[in-house]
Design a protein around this ligand. Sequence first.
Ligand code: NDP
Ligand code: AKG
Length: 478
Amino acid sequence: MKKHDNLIAGQWVSHGNYQENRNPSDITDVIGLYTHGDAAAVDDAVAAAQAARAGWAAATPQARHDLLEKTGRALAERAEEIGRLLSREEGKTLAEGIGETMRAAQVFKFFAGEALRQTGDLTPSVRPDIDVEITREPVGVVGLITPWNFPIAIPAWKIAPALAYGNCVVMKPAELTPGCAHVIAEILHDSGCPAGVFNLVMGRGSAVGEAIVTHPGIDAVSFTGSAATGGHIAETCGRLRKKVQLEMGGKNPMVVLDDADLSVAVPACLNGTFFSTGQRCTASSRLIVTEGIHDAFVAELTRQMRALRVGDALDPATQIGPVVDGRQLQSNLDYVALARDEAQEVIGGDRLELAQQGFYQAPALFLGTTNAMRINREEIFGPCGSVIRVADFDEALAVANDTEFGLSAGICTSSLRAARDFRRRVQAGMVMVNLPTAGVDYHVPFGGRKGSSFGPREQGRYAAEFYTTVKTSYVFAG
Ligand SMILES: NC(=O)C1=CN([C@@H]2O[C@H](COP(=O)(O)OP(=O)(O)OC[C@H]3O[C@@H](n4cnc5c(N)ncnc54)[C@H](OP(=O)(O)O)[C@@H]3O)[C@@H](O)[C@H]2O)C=CC1
Ligand SMILES: O=C(O)CCC(=O)C(=O)O
């Protein structure tokens, strides 16, 4: 069985303590062994990053571009193979795994371009004979902590801007999905990334993650994951005066109005709610449907949901892969049990026993629910959606906004006026009209409001806000 080590100071380093990476479609399938570092490994990685910091900050835009472009090209060339690894370790379908790998490749290529497009401002002072120059500099050494649900895209959209803007990186991937992050580390290493500029430390969140967040040599932390861990990291970073960026949960509303086209609304809801096994922070978990279309919508969505093929992620016929692990599956099943108490009706949601030993669950629809129910307030993160019946647009908007989260929100309607009103008044960082709430572009800002996000936006040119710090210089020319 192949052993995979951490990348520290340009060397592959074993810390022993190899953990099995298992396939959630078939838990007898061990993908590989991955070493687990600890706080001492983080010390070494931070020391390497600090040593490399001045050199990388001074590297030419061309050098940064070339590294990122080469990495993006390698990911694209190997998309089939890496997508297969992704589906094997995380459980999303092969098409989704390959698609996510291509997205990671595009993210690296986008930020290769951004490395060449960094600009500043030169402006006259309010005083005579003085020029003012406003420039952006790297933040320094950034700690990146990533979740299991997008094991290659999320690392990519944190690593690429960090390196493009001249930072050094210490990264910890989720324990459940170290494989894709390890592949990025291999590609960066083989593409000539200078020693110490990018460091990978696999290990437990409570050990390696904590050590990254609290280490005095880490200047900023970017995290994606649960609201609980994000809140803890925000408190620590606040106390230590570190820059922090958090992407956390969602309870995303999808409003379906009477005038919606069912041939648009049902596929949008099916995709947003169930695809990627519902394991997306942008998933449509609350389907808010007006009276006139409610019954027809529920009938068609139920029909299409029941037809979804749940199975091995690597089987090309599979539409919904397994849940990522036994703990997440048990949590989903607990929510289905809760829905049986709270909702008027529950369709699907049971554990499925297939030929392989995997964590399979039938998609679930909860009918006759209200927004006050726990199933509509807490993030489930599984293939489960609730339908909330409302009278009209105003009630739909009020219900959509009545949540502690604010990541993505959608509306299906044929009315330009309703769509415009919704876009302006919904409290979310991203709004979709006649599209699923999940599935975003790689070149524009990603992030939310309220309990979903904290700090500057990720992705697109807005990523510069987090990965750079502004300097204002005054020059007397007199
Ligand atoms: N917004 C999103 O995209 C995601 C949301 N979630 C939500 O979170 C729930 C639980 O998932 P889970 O994977 O446990 O999420 P976590 O928030 O625990 O994990 C996210 C990342 O943070 C790390 N981590 C854990 N504890 C700490 C800590 N004290 N300090 C620093 N880093 C830490 C994890 O490491 P390790 O893997 O080693 O524990 C992982 O790399 C899901 O059911 C879902 O609701 C989960 C994933 C993504
Ligand atoms: O919906 C998407 O495309 C991205 C979702 C995401 O980033 C997440 O679930 O963490």
